[in-house]
Each structure stands twice: as C-alpha cells, then as structure tokens.
Design a protein around this ligand. Structure first.
Ligand SMILES: Cc1ncc(COP(=O)(O)O)c(C=O)c1O
Length: 393
C-alpha cells in the first residue's frame, strides 16, 4: 500500500500507535469480559483497566481525583452528557461562535424546545473570542459558560484560563456559572489544568490528540459540581440492580451499559506509552513545542504558495491547523484532487462548525482544512505545498 499523506489529524489522528492496537488485541483475545458484571478474574482485570484509565486521564488534565472522570464513546457523547445533564428549564448559557456543532446543536435543541436561552458571543476575523465579551454576556440567570479550548476550523486557542479566573473573581461559589470546556482539539496536545483554569466540566475525545482509538471520550465533572448533573442515558450499571432508579454517584451514574473495554485498554496503553516515564505535564510541554514548530512551518509554507488564501489565520498559530481557499477551485474539488492525484488527505467544507465561518470570511462552500499531528514530517508538508502550487496554477 502506498504511504498515505494524512493531514486530517483534527478529525482523528493516524497512524495509531501499534501499542494501542496490541493492547486492544491482547484484551479481546485473552481477557475479554464486561466491567462490574462479574466476580471472576477477567472481569476484575477489566475493572482495573477502567480504574487505571480514569486515574491516567485525571492526571493529564490536572483533576483532583479519578472519580471526576466518566467514560463515553467519543467527544460528542461526552459533550452531550455534560450539556443535557446539567442544563435545566430557565437557564441561560453563554457560548461562542467558535464552537463545534457537538456543542451548538445540543444547545440549539434546548433553545428550540424553550428549555434554555443563550447568548452566542461573536469571534473576530481570526476566530478568537475575547474574555471581556464573554464576561459581558453573563447575566444573573447564566448557569453555564461553554467555551471551546481551540476551534477545529483554524486552531484558534480561546482564553479559557482568563475566563475561568474572571468568573471566580466575579462570583461567589454558590452563584458562579459553571465553566464548560470542549477540549476536543487540545486534549493530549496542549497543557490545560482544569484546576488552574477553574474549569468545572470538560469533555474531550481520546482519538485525536489523546492517543486513543476512535470511539473513545471522557467527561470531567468537578466534584463540587457533581450534584448539579443528572444522567442522560439510563440502564444497567452492575450495581443496585433491585432499584429502578439510576445510582446517584458520578461517574457510575453516567456509565449505563457495557463499556467498550477493548478500546479503553488501547487508550490506556496509548497514554501510558506516550509519556513513558515522564509526567503528563512534561509530555504535554514537549507536544506543545513540537506542534508550535509545525504550526509555524505550515503557515509560512502556505504563505509561499501563490493562489492560496489562508482563512482566519490565528493571532498566534499554536496548533498546526489551517483553513484555506484556493483560487478558482471549490473546496470539495480541491480536497478530492489532492487525494486522487497527490495522495494527500485533507478535509473540506464547514467542518461541523456552523457559526465561525462568517467571521473568518470563509467561502460559501467552506475551506480546505489542513491539520497535522506530532508525527507529521517536513517532507509531507513539502509535498502539500508543491501539490497546492500545482492546483492553483
Ligand atoms: C471542537 C470539537 N468538538 C467536538 C468534536 C466531536 O468529537 P467526536 O468526533 O469524538 O465525537 C470534534 C470533532 O471533530 C471537535 O473538533
């Protein structure tokens, strides 16, 4: 098979480390058992994998404890669990135009059903929201401020820390709106401590920067906020089977049904191997440096290609994610030709983000999005720049 030039890491990272695949294979071949449903050793072993994964995830995001983490089949599932589990009739939500549809659509669903009201804070031409504007939109009815850590369309990193600090300064703990963060594009890529940034709820997939397979994700809910969240999926938890009520204790209350343990075994192995003997924070600092290097190579390379217009260039490119338009070519056609003629895989269109495009002035059919991972090589970017130069001739 010819080598793929894969530049769609914002969708999911590829290739997955063999360590992930080996762990999934090992679990399914030799230890397959449901978690919390049996007293036999294989089931206990599966339970240990889940317990270790919770601890590992808590360490990567600077959470106080592993009982603040529930596991979900992807970022969208985790985000929905957090949003729909918290918001109640009469709540007001402040969010941003940089959000992904996995935040915008659940919120819109609640707005359309007259459950909540919302304020969507605009972003600037770089896809950036200002902390001042977010804080100005907060009212006494605001129960949640939902901000994406980095926009998936152009990689713009949002001032989540500043928003968290200012919410804590302005409100007493009983009335403070919950700070809700979608870290889909940054988990495993950039350092972010939920404790330091005063984030109450955070959701992320495991399969992008998080060294996990597709269909993995987690939700973090700060212990003090756990009495404000109710489950959205109901069923067996392996405990208190005599009761028709879901257990009240998080995370068990958010994990009805059998967990995808093979995938979580792979995810745990991926996270562990990635940091080797270093701490998650040291690993994330290294990752941040590598991604900043790639971001600068990507943006300066794109600037050299005539006929290519960078859309929504971030103030400071931190992530190697760029959106572009190519003179005379529709985004979808450009992506198709890049694949069929040059073997370069990128995404085109609106990237499941409905509201950011007007601000960054995307063409009506959206953009071609290039997104690199830590393993992206300089030669791959050179091939991209050469292919774009041919396309725009
Ligand atoms: C910013 C953002 N949020 C949420 C998601 C949804 O994650 P998942 O694909 O794991 O459901 C994505 C995926 O592209 C994303 O980029």
């Amino acid at each position: 098979m010819t080598r793929r030039i894969y530049l769609d890491h914002a969708a999911t990272c590829y290739p997955k480390s063999p360590v992930i695949l080996d762990a999934m294979h090992d679990f399914s071949m030799h230890h397959e058992a449901a978690v919390g449903r049996g007293a036999y050793r294989a089931s206990q072993h599966a339970g240990q994998i889940i317990a270790r994964l919770r601890r590992e995830l808590a360490a990567w995001i600077g959470a106080a404890g592993d009982q603040e983490i529930s596991l979900h089949p992807g970022g969208t599932a985790a985000l929905n669990a957090g949003l729909l589990g918290i918001l109640k009739s009469g709540d007001h939500v402040v969010t941003t135009a940089a959000e992904h549809n996995s935040v915008l659509r659940p919120l819109q669903h609640l707005v359309a059903n007259n459950v909540i009201t919302w304020t969507v804070v605009p972003v600037d031409a770089q896809g950036q929201v200002s902390a001042d504007a977010v804080l100005a939109a907060v009212t006494p009815q605001t129960r949640m401020v939902a901000v994406v850590h980095a926009a998936n369309v152009n990689g713009a990193v949002q001032p989540v820390d500043a928003i968290g600090r200012r919410l804590v300064d302005r409100f007493d703990p009983a009335s403070k709106p919950l700070l809700f963060c979608d870290a889909a594009q940054t988990f495993g890529h950039l350092p972010l401590s939920v404790t330091q940034a005063h984030i109450d709820v955070l959701a992320a997939p495991g399969h992008k920067g998080g060294s996990g397979p597709l269909g993995t994700g987690f939700l973090y809910v700060r212990r003090e906020a756990q009495d404000r969240i109710r489950p959205t999926v109901f069923g067996g938890t392996g405990t208190r089977s005599e009761s028709l009520e879901m257990p009240h204790d998080y995370p068990a209350s958010f994990e009805a049904g059998n967990l995808n343990v093979p995938a979580y075994a792979g995810w745990l192995a991926g996270l562990r191997s990635r940091r080797d003997h270093a701490s998650p924070q040291e690993t994330l600092a290294t990752s941040q440096g590598r991604l900043a290097e790639l971001a600068s190579e990507l943006y300066s390379g794109l600037d050299q290609v005539p006929g290519v217009r960078v859309i929504g260039r971030p103030h400071v490119p931190v992530l190697p994610v760029a959106s572009l338009a190519i003179d005379g070519l529709a985004a979808g056609d450009a992506a198709m030709i890049l694949d069929s003629e040059f073997g370069i895989e990128v995404r085109s269109g609106l990237h499941c983000a409905a509201l950011i495009h007007a601000a960054i002035d995307s063409p009506a059919d959206g953009t071609v999005r290039i997104s690199c991972g830590e393993t992206t090589m300089r030669e791959e970017l050179e091939s991209l720049f050469a292919a774009l130069a041919e396309l725009s001739r």
